[in-house]
Design a binder for this molecule. Structure first.
Ligand SMILES: [Zn+2]
Length: 234
């Protein structure tokens, strides 16, 4: 086979492998981002559970303050009962004390309920915390794997690029230009086999004369349909 033609066929195989590697490398950052998303979601669930605990505790503290306040109000009124002169005022104050007692019992009940709610929310938060730990460990492990994979691919790619460079230096300059143009415009297939009397690239039938020339692999011949460089694989 013509030296240049041989080089081009091998160059094209290299370029195909390089394209596959580049595509694989390009997907890795997205894969890592997607894996991180799961970890971020677990973290968001934890933050929400922690915020709920915080909120419930804040409400409980408020109720405890209200309880203390109601206790003080009762004492104030009970102390005042001895100084009251009129029956009307006396019974009004007693009624207030009753109301406050009612309020205290309601608050005490609400505080008990809120303590239960805090308990179960704390449990939920702890579970979410555990999930975050698992998700984080998982994410870091997978990320490391992907990064190791990335480095392997990059090493392989740089070897292939060097091989490609030295190989393309052996091809005559204007032919190399034609090859590169075709590679770009013909979807990665610049050098096409002539199989079954037609071009592998565009499937147009090759004239008998061109076919005979291509079969000899002794000159650069291009397809009349798509312009690809034709060769014969004996
Ligand atoms: Zn063609």
């Amino acid at each position: 086979m013509l030296q240049d033609l041989e080089q081009l066929v091998q160059l094209q195989a290299l370029d195909a492998e390089i394209a596959v590697l580049e595509a694989a490398i390009a997907t890795i950052p997205d894969q890592i981002r997607m894996m991180e998303q799961q970890f971020v979601q677990a973290k968001a669930a934890l933050d929400a559970a922690a915020a709920e605990v915080e909120q419930l505790q804040k409400l409980r503290r408020q109720k405890e303050r209200d309880l203390d306040e109601a206790g003080r109000e009762i004492k104030k009124r009970q102390g005042r009962l001895y100084e009251i002169k009129t029956n009307q005022e006396y019974s009004a104050t007693l009624k207030e004390v009753e109301g406050l007692k009612q309020k205290i019992s309601t608050l005490e009940e609400e505080i008990l309920i809120s303590l239960d709610a805090i308990d179960s929310t704390v449990k939920l938060r702890d579970q979410e915390e555990q999930k975050v730990r698992v998700a984080q460990a998982e994410f870091l492990k997978n990320k490391q794997q992907r990064e190791d994979e990335l480095h392997k691919l990059q090493d392989r790619l740089s070897i292939l690029r060097k091989t490609r460079e030295s190989r393309s230096e052996r091809v005559e300059a204007s032919l190399l230009q034609l090859y590169l143009r075709l590679l770009k415009s013909r979807d990665g297939l610049a050098v096409a086999q002539a199989t079954g009397r037609s071009c592998e690239g565009c499937h147009v039938t090759i004239t008998p004369q061109l076919y005979n020339e291509v079969r000899r692999n002794e000159a650069i011949r291009t397809c009349e349909g798509c312009g690809r460089i034709l060769y014969w694989k004996g």
